[in-house]
Write a protein that binds this ligand. Structure first.
Ligand code: DQQ
Length: 552
């Protein structure tokens, strides 16, 4: 098949062709970042799944290697599904992944590098003692997958989670091992919830702002699961549990405490432990996985963004799926949520720069940011709101569902404070445009609620394309600051936005027909009654890393 390059990304990760989904086994080893991912070597739809493998020195430009793990043994002959890397105390990395066996059962296997002195870790050996975790009689063998990175408890036993379900209940099934070979299921899961199947669980420690045993650790530094062997560290951190809901295709996380003695995780008060809780990303972002980067002492999050065009479109394009720009992840100083920010290495892709400052956008007005090509760009903007007190009344019933609120009050619906924000991937005549914007509401007293939205309703002429509205609330004290920041990474068919310094993130896929190449424009708009000011806007064209350079 011919590969259709029209909506291919410039600086987001994607292979030259075919289908990709979940990031797998990310890690850092001997100076290289490794990314494995679910890949169909035969086509642009899901199937024939192997672990494709790429390496990088900067997390942005990647070199493709041959698939690292692929069906070759009875215990994975029908597919090598998602899994995670654990770096053992002796420095040896081990992959734990889900294999689909001849009877279509989901089993967990390990694979070790064949040659530890090869920093590329090209070849992986699967010991004959696999599978090492099989679904016992209490477990649904077709809902038992995606093992996490293992952690080593203060008691000297390894632990890991496998995603599963029992009826309507999602489960993070806990296993323990002394030797990484013989695994025993714990009597109770680490955690569970009535949300349907839990895919791709992730469980990891995060540093607490000013935390006692954090020593010289800054709260933005990552914590390696390996450090949990140290009881003092294990006690002094918070824990994050993220699950991917098979039913809705959204991910939710909680922050909580973990009792090592009883192996129970308890979300902190204020973290709804179900399908209206906090999300890493309120858009198209799934099956994510984090890892600890010892080189820069940070935790990095990878997530898959599926296409939102049709399956026949994907076949026609010859490719489907990208990985979001890897994000550094840490706990907010107040401990109320996680903060995410594109890894700093992305700045090396910044090229031609334009900026705007102190420009008032009156009610109903808009302006174009000119002098650069925005189709592949990085835009940072800070808005100041003239008078927050004019904000409309918020109905508390809306709290449960920001997406429904944004759908009802899309970018075209005028308001008091907002909608204001960016029109990205916009045609010069504005017949195509994707709106990324804020709207501010007033609750009882002088409190405010800030909504961040992504409205792709007018993103393309193509009427068959699925154009979901995405939205999340932004936890900022807007009456105090009167300003709000937005960063949007624009990349042909990707709009990846970070509100308020990474408090609320929304990635969406759009397929303009007109706003392509040099015809893709960037505007700032204000459809609220209250004036807003662009305090500062910086925008950069982004270079294309080698991996995505068009074939010669
Ligand atoms: N994708 C994998 C599964 C996982 C799902 C199969 C999540 O292991 O549960 O490709 O997207």
């Amino acid at each position: 098949t011919e590969i259709d390059e029209t909506s291919r990304t410039g600086y987001h990760f994607q292979p030259p062709k075919h289908w990709i989904n979940d990031p797998n086994g990310p890690m850092y080893y001997k100076g290289l970042y490794h990314l494995f991912y679910q890949y169909n070597p035969k086509g642009a739809v899901w199937g024939n799944i192997v672990w494709a493998h790429s390496v990088s020195t900067d997390l942005i430009d990647w070199t493709a290697l041959d698939p690292g793990i692929y069906p070759s043994k009875p215990f994975d002959i029908n597919g090598c599904w998602s899994g995670s890397a654990t770096v053992l105390p002796n420095g040896v990395p081990v992959m734990m992944y889900t294999g689909i066996d001849p009877s279509e059962h989901q089993v967990q296997n390990v694979a070790y590098p064949k040659n530890l002195s090869d920093p590329f870790l090209r070849e992986w050996t699967k010991p004959d003692y696999n599978p090492i975790i099989v679904p016992d009689s209490g477990i649904n063998a077709s809902a038992f997958r995606d093992p996490t990175t293992a952690w080593y408890g203060p008691d000297g036993h390894w632990r890991l989670l496998v995603g599963s379900k029992a009826g309507d209940k999602g489960l993070a099934v806990l296993y323990r091992s002394r030797d990484f070979k013989r695994w025993v299921k714990a009597h109770h899961p680490l955690h569970s919830g009535f949300t349907g199947m839990w895919e791709c669980p992730d469980f990891f420690p995060v540093a607490v702002h000013g935390g006692a045993a954090s020593g010289r650790r800054h709260h933005r530094h990552g914590v390696d699961t390996a450090e949990l062997r140290d009881a003092a560290v294990a006690e002094a951190v918070k824990y994050v549990l993220k699950v991917s809901l098979d039913l809705t295709r959204y991910e939710y996380y909680t922050v909580g405490s973990y009792d090592h003695a009883s192996d129970r995780y308890t979300p902190d008060a204020g973290f709804p432990d179900n399908d209206y809780g906090l999300r890493y990303d309120y858009g198209d972002f799934y099956a994510s996985k984090s890892f600890y980067d010892p080189a820069k002492r940070r935790r990095i999050l990878w997530g898959w963004a599926n296409e939102s065009d049709t399956v026949p479109d994907d076949r026609k394009k010859g490719w489907a799926g990208i990985q979001a720009i890897p994000r550094k992840l840490w706990l907010s100083p107040g401990g109320k949520q996680l903060i995410q920010w594109p890894v700093e290495e992305i700045k090396a892709m910044r090229d031609k720069h334009v900026n705007v400052s102190d420009k008032v956008v009156k009610s109903g007005q808009y302006f174009e940011v000119t002098g650069f090509k925005s189709v592949q760009s990085d835009v940072e903007v800070a808005f100041a709101i003239k008078d927050v007190s004019k904000a409309e009344q918020f109905n508390p019933a809306w709290l449960r569902d920001p997406q429904a609120l944004c759908k009802k009050q899309g970018a075209r619906v005028t308001g008091e404070v907002g909608p204001f924000g960016l029109w990205v991937l916009a045609a010069g005549d504005l017949t195509e445009r994707t709106a990324v914007f804020f709207r501010v509401f007033r609750t009882a007293g002088t409190k405010h609620v800030v909504l961040m939205c992504n409205d792709p309703t007018n993103s393309t002429f193509e009427s068959q394309v699925y154009r979901p509205t995405f939205a999340g609330f932004v936890n900022v004290d807007i009456a105090k600051t009167n300003t709000i920041a937005l960063r949007t990474l624009i990349d042909h068919s990707v709009v990846e936005s970070f509100g308020a310094g990474g408090k609320t993130c929304i990635l969406t896929r759009v397929y303009p027909k007109k706003a392509l190449g040099d015809d893709a424009h960037l505007f700032v708009f204000n459809h609220g009654e209250v004036d807003v000011k662009v305090v500062k806007l910086d925008a950069w064209e982004m270079k294309t890393p080698k991996m995505n350079a068009p074939a010669q």
